[in-house]
Design a protein around this ligand. Structure first.
Ligand SMILES: [Zn+2]
Length: 326
């Protein structure tokens, strides 16, 4: 039976627009606060304040030490793609903005409970100190995690200004890639619901981040948005695991994901910094496993949407820049 690709894409469009209106300010403030603290530490060091200078030197030494260890350590072998039966449904859990409180739990949980996920890291947060450096190293050594690029500065939380100069914005992503020595050329743009794979894209022509994405795409990067956002309230999940699971089920049933039978979930590390959020994440993983959904790394997301060759039909439809953080 032929698939109704227009309906699928319309549903995806509507969901994206809905996501765009569900702006949650708390996490922005929280992340902004942490980012501001990191920025302050860097700024103070630039102006030579003695105590901060010492901290920066320590950070600098730690960076060098971490790089040395990294080079000396055997390369972690990441896990191969899961074998998919026909009709299998695949969920990609993605965690943004780390290293932050919550990141270490993600690392531990994926190892202990053996589920795959993908972290999108921010260079400025890595410079917060030795703990953050260690977290990044743990991420890289964790076979269950893909470590991906979420920019160095997170646009300093000013997306309009950031994307106004695509050369500067793309350089920021490039710096993150190089400074953190990331192997995978996989990006989630800060504050932007945009997908750009070699053979298809979504929102590329209409988002303010589009020209930045175009540059990065020509350099071989793949850029991922999301299908379902697990919202935040303060430093905790806004919805329960059961509620977000119901949303996931609903999108699969309606075939309103960007790629049929493949669904990307957006979360933020900070949501899993406290016991309740941590329990909710484990609960969601259990619900997904019980339903035989496959948890997969983002690098295995399909290049093509099998059975749907009408990628151009909604280009140019979404006029508004989604405002939610990512
Ligand atoms: Zn983000």
């Amino acid at each position: 039976m032929p698939r109704k690709s227009n309906n699928i894409r319309t549903n995806f469009r509507l969901q994206s627009m809905k996501n765009g209106t569900e702006q949650i300010m708390e996490p922005v403030k929280k992340t902004a606060k942490i980012a501001a603290l990191a920025a302050a530490a860097i700024t103070f060091s630039v102006f030579g304040m003695a105590c901060r200078q010492k901290q920066t030197n320590e950070n600098g030494n730690a960076v060098l030490a971490a790089e040395k260890n990294e080079a000396a350590a055997p390369k972690t072998i990441k896990l191969p793609a899961e074998k998919l039966d026909s009709g299998a449904r695949v969920v990609y859990l993605t965690f943004d903005d780390g290293p932050l409180p919550g990141s270490d739990f993600i690392n531990k949980a994926t190892l202990e409970h053996k589920f795959k996920g993908s972290v999108f890291v921010v260079g400025k947060h890595v410079l917060n100190g030795k703990t953050s450096l260690r977290t990044l190293r743990d991420f890289k050594r964790n076979p269950y995690l893909d470590v991906c690029n979420h920019s160095f500065t997170h646009a300093n939380m000013d997306y309009k200004k950031f994307y106004a100069d695509p050369a500067v914005a793309s350089a920021d992503l490039r710096k993150n890639q190089e400074d953190l020595k990331l192997d995978l050329k996989i990006i989630r743009l800060p504050g932007s619901q945009l997908w750009a794979l070699p053979t298809r894209d979504f929102n590329l022509k209409v988002q303010k981040s589009g020209p930045t994405a175009e540059i990065l795409k020509t350099e071989g990067y793949k850029i991922y948005g999301w299908d379902v956002e697990w919202g935040q309230k303060g430093a905790a999940p806004k919805e329960t695991a059961e509620e977000i699971f119901a949303k996931i089920e609903s999108q699969f049933e309606k075939e309103s994901t960007w790629t049929r039978n493949h669904l990307v979930v957006l979360t933020h590390d900070i949501m899993f910094s406290k016991a309740d959020g941590q329990a909710q994440l484990l609960k969601l993983v259990q619900l997904l496993k019980d339903k035989k959904y496959i948890l997969e790394n983002i690098r295995h997301y399909p290049e093509k949407d099998s059975g749907d060759d009408s990628d151009d039909d909604l280009k140019g439809v979404i006029k508004e820049q989604p405002k939610q953080p990512s």
